[in-house]
Design a protein around this ligand. Structure first.
Ligand code: WQD
Length: 335
């Protein structure tokens, strides 16, 4: 076991990873600027883990803040979630994305080096692969980022590789996420976007609660079984457990790894809509809308490396993602 720092640990994936790390016996510390996290997430985490939560409010862009956190604790490893992650927004604000995602990460790495901490798990994305040359995506698929967001993730992955070449004390896990979805079984934490969601599941969730009138299906003429976009949705709790296995690998064996975290199964927009209707017990209205710029027909993971190397296998399916999402949104809308 060890002491782990989670940057962005109050966010959607960070908070679920916090719970899994604590239940695995780690000591965990959170830093977060709460720009994309609920103010009450700390007390919710205290309820789930039945214990105090150490959380410092601050920004990875603030070197003084980071140095202070590293002075207060001796960390065995860091898991870095703190970043901006909306593809569309990154096209509008590339400089913000470069500053937070790249400068923020290099700040963190410098603070780690100064504190003698050389193990890091990095939150990356399948969108580094770009337009599929072949499917399923394997980790050696061509890297061809399209959006500024994906480009920042490629830059960070490259920085890690070059850092290790310069100083072998560094060891890292790069986790390339597919499409995270769902919520914790307790319905105390989940995804709660501040404004109109970009992603499919949180959008459907707001249709189910009545906050949005209908789902816009971005195109039904894709080269897929039902014509709508196909993606590899992975339950956020499975994703969180993948982080536990990655950081344990670094602490116990020190082996650097780059792995896809996906299920290997693709689901369409209509598949998710149908599953969500089952979860919430009502028909959900939708309209066919034009394709969204930058979307591709279909992508999903080859999960072999994560299985063989980390012993990671996603256990939860689409119905569980929709049911836990519904339990979460219906609870917070009524609280
Ligand atoms: C999924 C499918 C849409 C919304 C993005 C990022 C990726 C990762 C996950 C960070 C597509 C369709 C969506 C809607 C729709 N994030 N859709 N109506 O675009 O695959 O991946 O989120 O790492 O980096 O690119 O996910 O949920 O936006 O879209 O029809 O209102 O749902 O066309 O086929 P995406 P998504």
């Amino acid at each position: 076991m060890g002491t782990i720092l989670l940057t962005g640990g109050a966010g959607y994936i960070g908070s679920h990873t916090y719970v899994e790390l604590v239940s695995a016996g780690h000591e965990v510390v959170i830093v977060d600027n709460f720009s994309n996290a609920r103010a009450d997430v700390v007390e919710r985490l205290q309820s789930i883990t039945d214990g105090p939560v150490t959380c410092y409010r601050g920004d990875v862009l603030d070197k003084t803040f980071l140095a202070d956190v590293f002075r207060r604790h001796h960390f065995d490893a860091v898991i870095h979630f703190a970043a901006l992650k909306a593809v569309g927004e990154s096209v509008q604000k590339p400089l913000d994305y470069f500053e937070v995602n790249c400068a923020g990460f290099s700040n963190l790495l410098m603070a780690m080096k100064d504190a003698g901490v050389f193990r890091v798990v990095f939150s990356s994305t399948a969108t580094v692969y770009g337009e599929p040359v072949s499917l399923p995506y394997t980790e050696d698929h061509r890297i061809a980022p399209v959006s500024p967001y994906a480009q920042t993730k490629v830059i960070c992955e490259t920085l890690l590789r070059q850092l290790k070449e310069s100083d072998d004390r560094w060891t890292y896990g790069v986790l390339r996420y597919f499409n995270p979805a769902g919520a914790h079984d307790s319905a105390l934490i989940g995804e709660d976007p501040n404004d109109i969601p970009n992603n499919l599941m949180p959008y459907i969730a707001k249709v189910a609660t009545g906050e949005l009138p209908h789902l816009n299906v971005f195109g039904n003429d894709y080269d897929t079984p039902d014509g709508t976009g196909v993606r590899d949705y992975i339950h956020v709790v499975d994703l969180a457990q993948g982080h536990v296995q990655s950081v344990n690998k670094l602490i116990d064996e020190g082996d650097t790894h780059v792995v896809n975290l996906g299920t290997g199964t693709g689901y369409s927009v209509f598949d998710m809509l149908k599953s969500y209707e089952k979860a919430c017990g009502k028909a959900l209205p939708y309209e066919i809308a034009p394709r969204r710029a930058g979307d591709i027909d279909c992508f999903y993971a080859d999960p072999t490396t994560a299985r063989d190397y980390l012993g990671f296998e996603a256990k939860r399916g689409l119905d569980d993602m929709c049911q836990t999402s519904w339990n979460w949104v219906s609870r917070i809308r009524n609280s």
